[in-house]
Design a binder for this molecule. Sequence first.
Ligand code: SF4
Length: 100
Amino acid sequence: MRDRSTYTGLPKNEIDWFPKIDKKKCRPDECGFICVKFCPFGVFSHNGNGFVDVLKPYECNVGDESCRFQCPYDAISFPKREELKEMLRKVRTKYEKKEG
Ligand code: SF4
């Protein structure tokens, strides 16, 4: 199985790329928990109170925001591309310093 703990050699749990759910827009009773069913990595979970939480954020594929387009209520958001680049730059710099 492919190693899912790193992204381009960097530890994924230090890269803050994951979805956020706008609780005001989220309507799981209407959509039938589309995001929970859609994500193959279990990033979203029922929270037991009829809503959805991002329970495994670092399981998300870095740069992948395909679930966002599944939500019929536009309740899912991700960091902007520029923010992702900056996150990657910081983590990369940290590990380059450790190696050097
Ligand atoms: S698909 Fe959208 S509306 Fe449905 S549970 Fe997920 S975030 Fe909420």
